[in-house]
Design a binder for this molecule. Structure first.
Ligand SMILES: C[S@@+](CC[C@H](N)C(=O)[O-])C[C@H]1O[C@@H](n2cnc3c(N)ncnc32)[C@H](O)[C@@H]1O
Length: 443
């Protein structure tokens, strides 16, 4: 077992040096600390990532010169110390003592005096520093990387401020109730019996939004597949795809299987054929675990395949295709705050190119009259409406169908959602129908 602050420091150092994400690293790191410390580890890692840009700006102000790349662990150690001083109810002398002791555990005793002096200076000058930085630094004020602030200001002149604010507020835990077993109201009654406070969703008929986050193993019926964790807006993929009995359906980019399982809860077994493809073999394990828990594994075929190629395809066209494309995740920063550390502006162009390739490739596999739904959890138009606009201009057989909902922002191509307080994530959907040779959609 290792010291919980040391574990958090190492993990944060990996994030800063772009070596993995919280999702990929935390599960293993959790096993290395005492069970009583796992909640603290999570709070330190998520909290420091959420506050990263503010803490980093403060550290730059407090240090005479930044740490060298080989001392990124000391940078992480300092940010964790600042986070605890600012955001946690731990006596400041204890925070400073623990953080200074960490330098020994990192085998960098030489930095003891430096860390001690910087944290003590922060304690003395916190109010002045906060005032100075709030006025002089957009990065500090908005707590996001500069490129993201600029991009959002440019993309969404009327929404950028609220997006940045919502990104830093924790998202609610939202569940999808398995309609094969019970309704959302029935599950709400079960939660009520257990003293768990929750409400129904205005967006999705199967969604239940919990008042407080909870470990899934403490949710009634989770083990037997009565519920799954899924945001409200992600639960719109199935009603928008509108699958019919007898359809041949493809769920492309399927892991961990949230939308696939929802689809199968809706129509699994109704003489449909559902194929799911996923590029990452490791992530296919997650699909299979979810299918098994929900007892849906007999209703679909899961293939390891690349959505930009046809190698895995048997040549039979699909009636419905769902593309939940790999994206920046800029709509789900409040759930994955490390996106603010890991994502770079250059990534967006590369992602857009992959997204267009996936769409181009899968369009060939859609039957005339068939429906394709393109989705991302991004709020950047480059990954969303501009992809669809470009695609429609290149393909005369692609008919864009507006999605009319009481929520979200209808765009010339698709519908955009922004993260909303105590409600849904940021998300994008567009719906295309393939015209047949006569130019008819049959839709
Ligand atoms: C947004 S996630 C999908 C989430 C999933 N649909 C759900 O609801 O749980 C995107 C997925 O696409 C996969 N992926 C990335 N590139 C791909 C490609 N070229 N072909 C197939 N899958 C890909 C990623 O590994 C990731 O699992």
């Amino acid at each position: 077992m290792i010291d919980v602050r040391l574990a958090a420091t190492r993990l944060l150092a990996s994030l800063i040096s772009q070596q993995g994400s919280i999702n990929s690293l935390l599960p293993e790191v959790m096993k290395t600390v005492k069970p009583k410390d796992t909640a603290l580890l999570q709070q330190l890692v998520y909290g420091t990532s959420r506050e990263y840009w503010r803490l980093d700006a403060l550290a730059r102000q407090l240090l005479k010169k930044p740490f060298q790349a080989k001392d990124i662990d000391l940078q992480a150690c300092l940010l964790l110390g600042l986070y605890q001083l600012r955001e946690m109810r731990i006596p400041p002398h204890a925070v400073i003592h623990e953080t200074v002791e960490l330098t020994k555990l990192l085998n960098k005793d030489w930095a003891k005096g430096l860390i001690n002096a910087v944290l003590r200076r922060y304690q003395r000058e916190a109010i002045t520093l906060d005032q100075q930085l709030s006025q002089s630094s957009d990065i500090y004020h908005w707590n996001h990387p500069e490129w993201m602030i600029t991009k959002l200001q440019h993309n969404w002149p009327d929404h950028w401020q609220s997006i940045l604010i919502q990104n830093d507020i924790k998202a609610p835990l939202t569940l999808r109730v398995n309609k094969r077993l019970l309704s959302a109201s029935e599950y709400l009654a079960l939660l009520d019996e257990e003293g768990i406070s929750a409400g129904l969703s205005e967006l999705s008929q199967h969604a239940v939004v919990l008042a407080e986050p909870l470990d899934v193993k403490d949710l009634p019926g989770f083990d037997i597949g009565e519920v799954s964790v899924q945001d409200e807006v992600a639960q719109l993929s199935v009603p928008i795809l509108a699958p019919q009995a007898g359809d041949r359906i493809l769920d492309a980019c399927a892991a961990p299987g949230g939308k696939l399982c929802h689809l199968l809860e809706e129509i699994g077994g109704q003489s449909t054929q559902v194929d799911a493809i996923e590029l990452s073999p490791h992530r296919i394990t997650r699909i299979n675990e979810n299918l098994a828990r929900l007892k849906l594994d007999t209703y679909c075929q899961v293939l390891c395949g690349d959505a930009t190629s046809s190698e895995w395809w048997d040549g039979n066209c699909y009636d419905r295709i769902l593309i939940d494309a790999p994206c920046s995740g800029s709509g789900v920063i409040r759930r994955n705050p490390d996106i603010k550390i890991l994502r770079q502006n250059e990534d967006i162009l590369k992602l857009a190119s992959t997204q267009l390739s996936i769409l181009e490739n899968l369009w060939k596999m859609l039957a005339p009259g068939g429906t394709l739904v393109y989705a991302t959890c991004s709020i950047f138009p480059q990954e969303n409406e501009r992809i669809i606009e470009r695609f429609c201009k290149l393909h005369t057989d692609a008919l864009h169908q507006p999605i009319n909902l009481s929520a979200g922002y209808s765009r010339p191509y698709g519908i955009q959602f922004f993260p909303k307080f105590n409600s849904h994530d940021g998300f994008f959907y567009a719906k295309l129908v393939k015209l047949d040779a006569s130019g008819s959609s049959n839709a």
